[in-house]
Design a protein around this ligand. Structure first.
Ligand code: FES
Length: 106
């Protein structure tokens, strides 16, 4: 089982913000969308672009390289040129801290 990795405190991630953390070598972007937390791999499945830095519109993030849209809640690729989902990760709150875990290889 992989360990939970602390992202930041709840106070440091207010609604409408995000934070990127390294989890066992994977870049994970954690978002606060209206008080709920979601974590996706910060990598576009089209050509490996970093997703953060692109615009966030509702529950979607737009890849800054070629404009593919991903659902932050599900990781689903919503528009070309990306067709494969990006990974999602479980998020939990522990003692006021936001934590994520990469359980893909467990
Ligand atoms: S790398 Fe994201 S759309 Fe091309």
């Amino acid at each position: 089982m992989s360990d939970w990795v602390t992202v930041c405190s709840v106070a440091e991630l207010p609604p409408g913000t995000h934070h990127v953390v390294d989890v066992d070598g994977a870049q994970v972007a954690v978002f606060n969308l209206e008080g709920r937390y979601y974590a996706i791999e910060n990598v576009c499945t089209h050509d490996g672009g970093i997703l953060t830095g692109g615009p966030i519109e509702g529950d979607q993030i737009v890849c800054p390289r070629h404009g593919a849209r991903f659902c932050i809640k599900t990781g689903e690729a919503l528009t070309p040129p990306a067709f494969e989902s990006t990974a999602t990760f479980p998020v939990r709150i522990e003692n006021g801290e936001i934590q994520v875990r990469d359980e893909r290889w467990d």
